[in-house]
Design a protein around this ligand. Structure first.
Ligand SMILES: [Fe+2]
Length: 222
């Protein structure tokens, strides 16, 4: 059984960009539901995968579309939580150099990220990704994630589904993305992911399944 990962900070730690109320709903309702459905589908199919990454990459074709959607959403949300920091950070080292090279500076990267996310039609995710040594901004639809996009390593992601921002920013997705980029990106994670994309260290991975854990344990404790 996969578990819902604990948030790495307090529910109110990302205010005012993301409120405590949004974090409770988003983590304990939306994310929990994706984890639960993934576990139910795996149990029904009598599958015991070693990792969530294996589930996402292996769920192909129409038959496994529901499993892909739920497993990928479980992964994307867990990565989204760790891709944010309550403490304002800035990119440094090799990552800062790569940002300058690919975009012409952090402000230009922000423009590209906000423009991509604001212009994305419907639900999905906006990513900063490494493709080898270079960087790119892209968006994916619905549950789609970079685990199934060969050659891309995610550095940061922001949720574009309305449940991510509607309580706090109403229909102003661009305002949400602008405030998000100014305050919340976890550049430490982005830097270690960038290093992993160059073959140095492991990339971030979803917590492995636990035989004894219940998919609802984490939320029930809150
Ligand atoms: Fe979400």
């Amino acid at each position: 059984m996969f578990v819902l990962p604990e948030l790495p900070y307090d529910h109110a730690a990302l205010e005012p960009v993301i409120s405590r109320a949004t974090m409770h709903l988003h983590h304990e309702k939306h994310h929990q539901a994706y984890v639960n459905t993934t576990n139910e589908l795996l149990t029904k199919a009598d599958k015991s995968p070693a990792s969530l990454e294996e589930v996402v990459r292996g769920a192909t074709g129409d038959v496994e579309r529901k499993l892909f959607n739920n497993a990928a959403q479980a992964w994307n949300h867990a990565f989204f939580w760790v891709a944010m920091s309550p403490r304002k950070l800035t990119p440094g080292g090799a990552l800062a150099e790569a940002i300058d090279k690919a975009f012409g500076g952090l402000d230009k990267l922000k423009d590209a990220f906000v423009t991509e996310g604001a212009g994305h039609f419907g639900s999905g995710w906006v990513w900063l990704a490494a493709e080898g040594a270079t960087l790119k901004v892209l968006s994916t639809h619905d549950a789609d994630d970079l685990l199934v996009h060969k050659g891309l390593t995610p550095l940061l992601v922001c949720d574009l589904w309305e449940h991510a921002y509607y309580l706090d920013h109403k229909n102003d997705r661009k305002g949400f993305l602008t405030a998000w980029f100014d305050a919340l990106p976890n550049w430490d994670l982005a830097q270690s992911q960038y290093a992993a994309a160059q073959g140095s260290g492991e990339g971030w991975a979803y917590p492995p399944p636990s035989d004894s854990a219940q998919g609802t344990a984490s939320a029930a404790a809150r």
